[in-house]
Design a binder for this molecule. Sequence first.
Ligand code: SAM
Length: 240
Amino acid sequence: MNPETVELLHQGAAELKLDLTASEAGFVRLLQLLQEGNARFNLTALKTERDIVLKHFVDSLTCLRGGHLDGTLQVVDLGTGAGFPALPLALVRPELQFTPVDSTRKKVDFVRATAQSLGLENVAPIAGRAETLTRQPEHRDQYDRVVVRAVAALPILAELALPFLREGGRLVAQKGPLSQEELRAGQRAAGELGAQVVEVEPFALPVLGDARTLVVMEKQRPTPARYPRREGVPNQQPLF
Ligand code: SAM
C-alpha cells in the first residue's frame, strides 16, 4: 500500500473516531490479498488502492457507527462477497465473532483463506443461502447481530436476515441513500417478521462524502416459521 493510501485509511478511520495503528499491517496485507485474488478471479469491481481502501475498508468500518456492534457478540455478515464488511470489522474488533455467509462457494473459500492468512481467529465463514441456513436449528435464532452491505432492498434483507437473530438481536444494514418508499416497505416487512426499525441514520462516507444510511432493526418476537420463504422467493416477490 503506498504511503498516500495508508494516510487515507487513517484519515477515514479518524473521521469514525477509530485508531488503526494496531491494525494497519492487517489492512495492508488485506489489500495485497484482495489484489492477488482479483488477478485470479474477479472478486470485486474496485481495483485501485484508493477505491479499495475508501469504498471497501473505510466503508465497512462505518457499520460501527451508533455503537450497535459494541461488546462481545456473535455476528453474521450476510452476503459477505469478498469479505465485506466482515474482514475490516474483524481486524479492528477481535471481540466480535463473525460468521460471514455467502451463496457463492468461491467467495467463501477466498474469505476463509484470507482470514487464515491474516491470523483472524474470529472469522468462520460458511457457504450457503440465507433461506436454507436459517431453516437449520444451529443458525436460526442464534446470533446477536446481522450486518449487511450491498445485498438487497430492505424488505428482502429483513426476510433473509431476521431469522438468524435471537430476540433482542439487531440487523445493521449499511445502505446508500434510502428512499422513503424503501424505508416504509422495510418497516412493514420488519413488523411482519417480528422486528421494528429502531434507527435510521443518514451520514456521509468519510473522505469521499458519498451518501450512506445505517438502518437498524431490532427483533422483538420470534420470526413466524413460514419465513423465510423458499430459495429465491424473497428476492423475486419481496414481502412489501
Ligand atoms: N457484502 C459484500 C460487499 O459489500 O462488498 C458483497 C455484496 S454483493 C453485491 C452481494 C452478495 O450477496 C453476493 O456475493 C451474493 O452471492 C450474496 N447473496 C445474495 N443473496 C444471498 C442469499 N440469499 N444468501 C446468501 N448470500 C446471498
